[in-house]
Design a protein around this ligand. Structure first.
Ligand code: F6R
Ligand code: MG
Ligand code: MG
Length: 365
């Protein structure tokens, strides 16, 4: 059976700042998906990561389906009404356009979708990150799919011996999708040369070279490129099929132990370590740290099991402690050097105006 998994995510308001959506908002989203999705979707799961709400749904309509995207748009609009009524902070924050125009991509919400022939056992993981941008996934998924130091299956499993195709997108090109397909292992130096730059080149999808099947899909929208100004960080989501011809769940999770430094954190303008957190975690220290959650599922004929929380394990408690130390270490240097993003990536216009004023005060002597 050919199945599509669609994940659509938006920040439409939260309690106490950019922390966590309210229960009323989550209930409204759930009820609306149930009501509007009756004829369209097979199953769904609603969750939040920090201040973002995600709709994960299964259906048979393919990717970029207008009705599925319209459903999500209408649900986010209905949720925004509740957020406004409750006086939630940033109500409707990610809904950047006034009218729906066929596809929710480019309108603010993040989208990751995959259509595939369902395997007899079909496990996958839904990742959602908050207070960071799509490049945050570059390193973990490069390591999970191309490096035998993390993905033992690349040398141990004949099903993965041929490697994977990385589709990488240049997110600065907003007119059209500008993409390149590179093969691992032959092209790993090229892949690394691009993925080094998390703010410009981002993994969009990954495919098995043996079967051609899609393994991964990431939302690649950069909000500041759409809106031309700060409207919030992109907070990317990802769908990853695991096991068999794809890396095992544990191989995909392994690189998240690094807690690598990513862009985001306070005001989307800093560098902080990416912390793997339990499902439905809030945001806290310095509007962060940047977090990622993972919900693993199996599907049968499009029906979802309950989620397994991949970062809810004593091992990850230890990792979280170590990553907290990395977060405080970089925070101690405040605005200085590597702790804050370069000028081009600063999400607030204030500093630009300040520097322009200061430029006029400089004298050539
Ligand atoms: C980062 C984020 C927060 C806000 C910060 C200020 O993605 O959402 O760090 O940037 O709390 O928010 P405003 O400008 O809404 O007062
Ligand atoms: Mg917010
Ligand atoms: Mg967010």
């Amino acid at each position: 059976m050919k199945i599509t998994i669609s994940a659509l995510k938006a920040d439409i308001g939260s309690i106490g700042g950019h922390i966590i959506p309210s229960q009323a908002l989550l209930s409204e989203v759930k009820n609306k998906v149930q009501e509007l999705g009756k004829e369209l979707i097979i199953d769904f799961y609603i969750s939040h990561t920090g201040d973002d709400i995600a709709i994960l749904c299964t259906h048979e309509r393919g990717v970029s389906d207008e009705k599925i995207h319209k459903l999500a748009w209408d649900v986010f609009l209905a949720g925004t009404e509740v957020a406004k009524k409750q006086g939630l902070y940033g109500a409707g924050q990610d809904l950047l356009k006034d009218a729906f125009s066929g596809n929710i991509k480019g309108m603010g919400p993040a989208v990751a979708e995959m259509e595939f022939e369902e395997r007899p056992n079909e496990p996958f993981v839904f990742f959602a990150a908050d207070k960071t941008d799509p490049g945050a996934y570059n390193l973990p998924f490069y390591l999970g799919f191309a490096d035998p130091m993390y993905c033992a299956g690349l040398i141990l499993s004949p099903k993965m011996a041929d490697g994977f195709i990385f589709r990488i997108i240049d997110v600065e090109n907003t007119e059209k999708d500008k993409i390149v397909d590179l093969n691992s292992p032959e092209d790993i130096y090229d892949i690394a040369a691009l993925l080094r730059d998390n703010e410009r080149y981002v993994i969009e999808s990954i495919y098995s070279r043996a079967s051609g099947s899609q393994a991964l899909s990431i939302s690649t929208t950069r909000l500041h490129n759409i809106a031309g100004k700060y409207t919030g960080k992109d907070d990317p989501i990802a769908l990853v099929r695991v096991q068999g011809e794809f890396p095992a769940t544990g191989e995909v999770l392994a690189p998240f132990e690094i807690g690598h430094f990513v862009a985001g954190f306070m005001r989307g303008s800093h560098i902080g370590p990416l912390m793997p957190c339990k499902l439905n975690s809030p945001i806290s220290y310095f509007d962060g740290p940047p977090i990622v959650t993972g919900a693993a599922f199996c599907i049968k004929d499009g029906k979802l099991t309950e989620p397994a929380d991949v970062f809810d394990h004593p091992f990850w408690d230890h990792v979280r402690m170590q990553i907290s130390e990395k977060a405080t270490a970089i925070r101690r240097q405040g605005f200085s050097g590597a702790a804050m993003l370069p000028y081009s990536e600063l999400e607030y216009g204030g500093i630009v105006e300040r520097l322009e004023k200061l430029e006029k005060k400089f004298k050539l002597v």
